[in-house]
Design a binder for this molecule. Structure first.
Ligand code: NAD
Ligand code: MG
Length: 386
């Protein structure tokens, strides 16, 4: 049966992996909206290739260029925040939320409020506004399918089980490119070294988050919203090979794990075909070749982001949104060469210590806390680099 699909963050790593799977099954899917930001030519080319109904750039300044690049294609061009929200409300059968950062919050909320099926890769929106997003999904009857490989693994291991039967969820972590580094070694690491992930090929922001292990901190908060078993029942385990994507232990002490090659097309395909399965071109898992699987406890001393995220999760309210916003600013500054690697977590901690945002009751409260935290992170950085 033909299904309609929209992709927000279509030009990124997850977006392109999603398009790859869809292009292999052209009779099964029809593309409604594709949304991106500044890669206008990439967006226009993709929209032409798949025959999208509309292409949206988040940045209004790109409208003219996008329109020009789509002349004669039959693809409609649109731009700006409201155009993103309108596209999310178009009524696609399946929506991929793969914008990076809190910028994905409004379109993702719009799709959830419209009761759609949303495949969620954009963890920052759930970290920032998890309570409100989960409420919106419950109220509208929307289906939220986790795409983050760990959360997709947990979703598969749960297979609809009663959460009361879950003793523990274990989020596995590769440990990132600096897993074995000392703090002194980390201090000298460049953006190029930080984005060179040992197992996964991903966008720059999440790659830096993997290096600081803030990615796992964000994923802890993401898991607590998606699978509300209580924070004390979610633990992190470093597993350098990234073969086991996460595990669920039940109260009878039976543990289920999901395994696979480190290729995002596997969890994306799971969400795309759900509740069925589809074939992928991904490598089969060859455990004889891999030979061994290693595990170690996470180190919160060398990776303070883990400690900050657990504390922010426990505090709740707008604190995770504040942490996320400060992290987004600090990661962008690190990627621009303005600050050092260890400054990232330091800036996040500084902002968390200074700013206690009011408890949010609406998305606008989250966006206000996000904006305030960004401004504070900017001030902290000015002092640091002065
Ligand atoms: P990416 O940087 O490769 O792509 C980001 C996408 O978001 C691009 O299409 C870009 O145009 C769009 N975008 C950026 N800023 C925007 C803005 N202000 N408004 C609208 N769109 C904007 O990132 P990615 O690696 O594909 O990651 C996307 C999301 O998926 C992130 O939240 C990330 O944490 C999550 N995720 C990614 C992976 C992965 O393997 N890449 C795995 C798990 C989760
Ligand atoms: Mg992940």
């Amino acid at each position: 049966m033909m299904r309609t699909v929209s992709i927000f963050g279509a030009t990124g790593s997850v977006g392109r992996s999603t398009i790859d799977l869809i292009a292999r099954n052209p009779d099964d899917f029809r593309i409604l909206a594709l949304a991106g930001n500044n890669d206008v030519d990439g967006l226009a080319q993709m929209a032409r290739d798949v025959g999208a109904q509309v292409a949206v750039t988040a940045n209004p300044a790109n409208y003219g260029a996008l329109k020009a690049a789509l002349v004669g294609s039959g693809v409609e061009a649109a731009a700006g925040e409201q155009a993103l929200v309108d596209a999310a409300q178009m009524g696609a059968d399946w929506t991929m939320a793969s914008i990076v950062g809190c910028a994905g919050l409004k379109p993702t909320m719009a799709a959830l409020k419209a009761g759609r099926t949303v495949a969620l890769a954009n963890k920052e929106s759930l970290v920032s506004a998890g309570g409100l997003m989960m409420d919106a999904a419950r109220r509208s009857g929307a289906t939220l399918l986790p795409v983050d490989s760990e959360h997709n693994a947990i979703f598969q291991c749960l297979a609809g089980s009663n959460l009361d039967d879950v003793a523990r969820i274990t989020l596995t972590a590769s440990g990132g490119p600096f897993r074995t580094c000392t703090r002194a070694e980390m201090a000298a690491m460049t953006p190029a070294q930080a984005v060179a992930h040992p197992n996964w090929s991903m966008g720059a922001k999440i790659s830096v988050d993997s290096a600081t292990m803030m990615n796992k901190g964000l994923e802890l908060i993401e898991a607590a919203h998606l699978f509300p078993v209580g924070l004390d029942r979610i633990e992190i385990l470093v597993h350098p090979q990234s073969v086991i994507h996460s595990m669920v232990e039940y109260r009878d002490r039976s543990t289920l794990a999901q395994l696979g090659s480190p290729d995002m097309r596997i969890p994306i395909a799971h969400a795309l075909a759900w509740p069925q399965r589809m074939a992928t071109p991904c490598q089969p898992l060859d455990l004889a070749r891999i030979g061994r699987l290693d595990f170690e406890a996470p180190d919160e001393e060398r990776f303070p982001a883990l400690r900050l995220a657990r504390a922010a999760a426990a505090q709740g309210g707008a604190t995770p949104a504040v942490m996320n916003a400060a992290n987004e600013v600090a990661v962008a500054a690190f990627l621009n060469g303005a600050i050092g690697f260890l400054d990232i977590a330091m800036i996040v901690e500084d902002v968390l210590n200074r700013y206690n945002a009011p408890v949010p009751t609406a998305i606008d409260d989250i966006l206000a806390a996000d904006a305030q935290a960004r401004a504070m992170a900017g001030h902290v950085m000015e002092r640091l680099t002065a």
